[in-house]
Design a protein around this ligand. Structure first.
Ligand code: F3S
Length: 101
């Protein structure tokens, strides 16, 4: 099993999740982060760290979120590991408010 970064990460990219990961399974581009399912150990540490609840356990994905499982697996392969806190995107606070968090 794995955890999956879903749609709420887009326009946010807060990166609080990455610093909680004991196995460095987060990878990122300029838009968002992705979890490598081959590395994630399902420790759950990242879930409460995300201010916009973007991360879900794979068995809690809704049907509309299922596609994020493959996107995370594919994108994580090609992108660098992110394990330190970075500046959120300039749109992050507005997006957080829009999402109701
Ligand atoms: Fe994205 Fe939340 Fe992490 S917005 S970068 S999943 S803390």
């Amino acid at each position: 099993m794995t955890h999956v970064v879903t749609e709420n990460c887009s326009q946010c990219r807060f990166t609080d999740c990455a610093v909680t990961c004991p196995v460095q399974c987060f990878h990122g581009d300029g838009e968002r982060l992705y979890i490598d399912p081959e590395v994630c150990i399902d420790c759950n540490a990242c879930i409460p760290a995300c201010p916009v609840q973007a991360i879900r356990e794979e068995f809690h994905l809704t049907p509309e979120q299922e596609h994020w499982r493959e996107i995370n697996a594919e994108r994580a392969k090609d992108l660098p590991v992110i394990s330190a806190k970075q500046q959120p995107l300039p749109t992050a606070e507005a997006r957080r408010a829009e999402l109701g968090f």
